[in-house]
Design a protein around this ligand. Structure first.
Ligand code: CA
Length: 237
């Protein structure tokens, strides 16, 4: 997934880009509003700082939204003013993050916005998503098949697999997974997550690997090479 980062503060931009790349995103960084408007629009989402040197970020927001190409915009700003937040959202921003923020918070917002603006299964591409040659996930029916045979998953095991397969290869933190799969405001122990990961590894052995990244979280990897590992069916090119 490609992100256009519009941020004039170099240190903020560099650390944010580094963090987003670590989570599997491609990041194109520009430092001015004019460069943002001149950038080719093949990105999937815009992260837009409001305090830019050449133009007001809100004007950039309005102009980007006015293109009508549906590319979502998340405003990032040091201005904690509620007015900015409201105006930003009125001008077409999809979400708003206040500085200072953590990379994980930004990643969580990006994923939430993408889920909202781009439903997982577009109607014209209905059908199971394929991961490698062995595994399919039918998100409409909430059914999983391995080598053509349905795999019996508990509802939470299915939810976990559905979440991790949204972006194969991306590192998901424990907190993100707990928030997405269990509860929006999870602050408790995450042992149940390990239990469910172990179940997925057992039931889907050989088709996917769920790699643990110590101290951070998990990353789903499609085991086989070859056709079909680039992404799920219906994913935009
Ligand atoms: Ca700025």
């Amino acid at each position: 997934m490609r992100i256009l980062l519009v941020e004039d503060d170099e240190s903020v931009a560099r650390s944010l880009r580094r963090g987003l790349v670590r989570f599997g995103f491609q990041v194109e960084w520009v430092a001015t509003g004019h460069a943002a408007l001149a950038a080719d629009s093949t990105y999937d989402l815009v992260l837009l700082d409001l305090g830019l040197p050449d133009t007001d970020g809100l004007d950039v927001c309005r102009a980007l939204h006015g293109r009508g190409d549906g590319v979502p915009i998340i405003v990032i700003s040091a201005r904690s003013d509620e007015t900015d937040r409201v105006v930003g959202l009125e001008l077409g921003a999809d979400d708003y993050v206040s500085k200072p923020f953590g990379v994980r918070e930004v990643v969580a917002r990006i994923r939430a916005v993408m889920r909202r603006v781009r439903p997982v299964t577009p109607p014209e591409a209905a059908g199971p998503d394929r991961y490698g040659s062995r595994l399919t996930v039918d998100r409409k029916a909430a059914r999983v098949h391995l080598d053509g045979a349905e795999v019996a998953l508990t509802p939470k095991e299915y939810d976990l697999l559905a979440f991790l397969t949204e972006e194969p290869g991306a590192l998901m933190s424990r907190e993100q997974i707990m928030e997405a799969v269990w509860d929006a405001n999870w602050f408790g122990p995450t042992k149940t997550l390990d239990v469910h990961v172990a179940a997925l590894r057992r039931k889907l052995a050989g088709a996917i690997a769920v790699e643990a990244v110590r101290g951070v979280g998990f990353r789903l990897v499609v085991v086989e090479g070859g056709a079909g590992t680039e992404g799920r069916a219906g994913a935009p090119s």
